[in-house]
Design a protein around this ligand. Sequence first.
Ligand code: CMP
Length: 133
Amino acid sequence: MSKTLLIIKPDATERNLVGHVINRLERARFKIAEIRLVRLTEQQARQFYAVHEGKPFLESLVAFMTSGPVIPMMLEKDNAVEDLRTLIGATDPAKAACGTIRYEVGRTIEKNSVHASDSDENAAKEVAFFFDA
Ligand code: CMP
């Protein structure tokens, strides 16, 4: 089993889509090993997205990610990172494959409902950002 991090973003918590997203994850055989509901501070959002420092969308992204509760979870599955990226679809919901979570519920390239780690190395860092595990 490998691990990855998924975050349900404020646009999805606000629209009562938490159960829907968790249902998609469970149907795809991900195990929820850790889960929290948190309200990120500006400093935490900047730290989490430090890799995007200098990008034109960073300020708006930080404002969005601190606008409401988010739900980070540590997920376990064989091939977790790649399988979760496939399940959520492309960053821009308009380009996400049919049937993916972002295709179904994402609104814009920013308000795209979920975040998922993009490599095993980043998954370890992102899991450690939210959990002791
Ligand atoms: P996420 O997978 O969490 O990684 C970075 C986030 O920045 C992304 O999802 C979007 O919410 C947001 N974002 C906004 N604009 C862009 C963009 N042009 N390219 C990539 N990410 C963007």
